[in-house]
Ligand binder design. Structure first.
Ligand code: NAP
Length: 283
């Protein structure tokens, strides 16, 4: 059999059209959602992520502010800028593009963003809210993954989900969100023994390792749903995921491609969170 693809690109486009209409409607009240993105230094990958976020905001009518700061910016200067944005009533979401230069503490930066404007969902308060099922901001990549699974009407409740990877931004929160949806969740990581025995039991397998072509068909149960989060650049310049696509598509029932899978959904959920933040301030 051949797996049905879950196109993040198509789902993201649909959602962005809906959001554009919603922002147009909201703008009639005289105000629009605003997102501030801070980029420090010249890292090419970070620059292209920030450009993509700016373009996505412009396309749907979200007011976008991008602060490009030099590599030499001190932690104190950055925290002062975040403070200013925390107080700015035209800004409803603040995002600091990671990774940061070594002389700036990621923890200090994440914790300085007001939890009410933390549209990345990385602040410990929002992580805590997610853990106990309270309303907050959900981290964008895991949130997008759950939306992709639901978009195909795939039942999550009672399913065995295996997540490979336990990072704070992908692995851990995606497992938690699926637990909140009543899945039984197993995490695998670099110290896991007999990993294939575990992954072969997965009804839904989420792969967030960051190693090109790490998972082949020998990791996948027949008819499993396979979500490939990995984004790896090969020597030939092409992007590829953590899953061997050609092998997985012969075994899985549903599969996400790379590119065009999880990636486009991440920015889409950032836009969603920014609109939610705006609507909360209007209540
Ligand atoms: P990360 O912080 O490097 O975490 C990788 C995880 O994989 C760690 O938990 C690590 O285990 C585990 N791991 C590494 N080698 C392993 C092995 N041989 N066997 C089993 N587990 C292993 O990466 P991340 O930030 O979660 O990102 C993962 C991938 O997703 C990357 O390719 C990244 O580019 C991509 N990504 C995509 C999006 C998107 O929007 N599409 C967003 C974020 C990330 P330990 O904890 O034991 O070290």
């Amino acid at each position: 059999m051949t797996a049905e693809l879950i196109s993040g690109k198509e789902l993201a486009q649909q959602k962005r059209e809906d959001m554009k209409a919603e922002v147009e409607q909201l703008a009639r009240t005289g105000a629009v959602p605003g997102l501030a993105v801070i980029l420090i230094g010249e890292d090419p990958a970070s620059q292209s992520y920030v450009k993509a976020k700016e373009k996505a905001c412009n396309n749907i009518g979200i007011h976008s502010v991008v602060q490009r700061l030099p590599e030499a910016t001190t932690e104190q200067e950055l925290l002062a800028e975040i403070d200013r944005l925390n107080e700015d009533e035209t800004i409803h979401g603040i995002l600091v593009q990671l990774p940061l230069p070594d002389h700036i503490s990621e923890k200090a930066v994440i914790e300085s963003i007001s939890p009410e404007k933390d549209v990345d969902g990385f602040h410990p308060i929002n992580i805590g809210r997610m853990m106990i099922g309270e309303e907050g901001f959900l981290p964008c990549t895991p949130f997008g993954i759950v939306e992709m699974i639901k978009s195909k009407g795939i039942e999550i409740s009672g399913k065995h989900v295996v997540v490979i990877g336990r990072s704070n931004i992908v692995g851990k929160p995606v497992g938690q969100l699926l637990l909140n949806e009543h899945a039984t969740v197993t995490y695998c990581h670099s110290r896991t023994k007999n990993m294939k025995e575990l992954t072969k039991q997965a009804d839904i397998l989420i792969v967030a390792v960051g190693i090109a072509n790490f998972v082949g068909s020998d990791y996948i149960k027949d008819d499993a749903v396979v979500i490939d989060v990995g984004v790896n650049r090969l020597d030939n310049g092409k992007l590829c995921g953590d899953v061997k696509f050609d092998e997985a598509k012969e075994v899985a029932s549903y599969l996400t491609p790379v590119p065009g899978g999880v990636g486009p959904m991440t920015i889409t959920m950032l836009l969603h969170n920014t609109i939610q933040s705006f609507k909360r301030t209007q209540k």
